[in-house]
Write a protein that binds this ligand. Structure first.
Ligand code: LMR
Length: 398
């Protein structure tokens, strides 16, 4: 009676494509939509360090009682060390507080709810373009969103000057969402010196940086990829960070991430955490335990941690080699356009420049699934699917 008149909902811009891919009977289908890492055999692996931690946890777990609203304390400490380095003076200062969340998306939603409740007049500024779920999350939280210039499609590079010019006009008290590394969807990141300028402007304009940090380790390395975040933390005294372990721990379906806040004092961090806890309580009450326990177990053990670093290195290296092979194979198959700019892009994604009609043709005629913006998940390419993929792309380019 109430449901009969509902209009169908639009499919999700990313996950909707994976649903369509799963229903596609074509055996040659290729899914380069959702950002999920595949190994050379096309499988999303469970990391060996994760398996080892799970074995240990299986033996030692004695209870499945609720976690605190902010999650596992050991996990939260570990997150701070990974974000800022174990010797950071923030750690132990009391100015930093972390809440374990169900994935990076959960962290963003809690951040959105917190911001909307405490600062109802604040606008959040998103990069143009950004992850298609960002506008939806902030709309669901009731926050107004605006866009700042980020990507210059003609040069396939950062619109740095335009971005800084816009930051210089944003009113104090607004929130600027920055991608910590491996910008999604473009793969184009600021350089270390550009981060300095960004941090300086954000500080001078009294804006609140909200860093979405979902790909630590997938650009240049776990430490190097935190450059933007750490640069910001040297300039500003308040910041929010939403990080995820979906990619760098390959823990996608365990939903493990964190919301970290930095405040001016320990007292202010504690007060803000109190409000964040209220937002968590009305969202999902407290986070699932298993993924956080795995991350904490791996990072607490020096041997497992070193092994995990190698596993992240090897995922990053495979993506880099696929990026190269993709550019070479497109050229070898006769692509008239030059795709070499993709070799400068970082992380899982490449912004290919394919247009929505070309993307639609790839899906309808070749069962190749790419996000409408032309973003391809390089981590879904393998030596086995590369020829089929590049032949189809060259065919739709003509
Ligand atoms: C993506 O952008 O594909 C990933 O962040 C996964 C997702 O949830 O969209």
């Amino acid at each position: 009676m109430m449901l009969e008149n509902l209009e169908p909902a639009a499919p999700d811009a990313i996950l909707g494509l994976t649903e369509a891919y799963k229903n596609d009977p074509n055996p040659a289908k290729i899914n380069l939509s959702v950002g999920v890492y595949k190994d050379a055999d096309g499988t999303t692996p469970v990391l060996s360090t994760v398996k080892e931690a799970e074995t240990r946890l299986h033996g030692s777990e004695v209870s499945k009682s609720y976690l605190p609203m902010t999650g596992l304390a050991e996990f939260n400490k570990t997150v701070q060390a990974l974000l800022f380095g174990p010797d950071s003076e923030l750690i132990g200062s009391g100015r930093i507080a972390t809440a374990q969340t169900p994935g990076g998306t959960g962290a963003l939603r809690v951040a959105g709810d917190f911001l909307h409740t405490m600062f109802p007049d604040a606008t959040v500024w998103l990069s143009g373009p950004t992850w298609p779920n960002h506008p939806g999350i902030f709309a669901a939280a009731g926050i107004e969103a605006q866009t700042y210039p980020y990507f210059d499609a003609t040069s396939n590079s950062l619109s740095f000057d335009a971005m800084i010019d816009r930051f210089n006009t944003i009113p104090a008290g607004d929130v600027v969402l920055l991608h910590g590394c491996c910008h999604n969807p473009t793969g184009v990141d600021p350089s270390p010196s550009q981060w300095e300028t960004i941090a300086e402007v954000i500080c001078r304009r009294q804006l609140l940086p909200l860093v979405d940090f979902a790909y630590q380790g997938f650009s240049d390395g776990l430490e190097q990829d935190a450059t933007g975040l750490r640069t910001l933390s040297r300039h500003v005294d308040e910041m929010l960070i939403c990080n995820s372990f979906s990619k760098n721990f390959s823990l996608y379906n365990e939903r493990v991430g964190a919301l970290t806040l930095i405040a001016r004092s320990a007292q202010e961090a504690e007060t803000a955490t109190g409000h964040i806890k209220l937002r968590i309580r009305t969202n999902y009450s407290n986070p699932p335990a298993h993924g956080g326990a795995i991350v904490a177990a791996v990072l607490a053990d020096e041997g497992l941690k070193a092994q995990w670093h190698l596993e992240v290195d090897s995922m990053r290296e495979r993506i880099r080699s696929m990026r190269e092979l993709f550019v070479q194979t497109l050229a070898a198959k006769g692509a008239k356009q030059d795709f070499s700019f993709m070799q400068q892009q970082r992380g899982m994604f490449s912004f290919s420049g394919l247009t929505p009609p070309q993307v639609a043709k790839l899906r309808e005629e070749y069962s190749i699934y790419i996000v409408n913006s032309g973003r391809v998940n390089v981590a879904g390419m393998t030596e086995s699917n590369m020829n089929t993929l590049c032949e189809a792309i060259v065919a739709v380019l003509d």
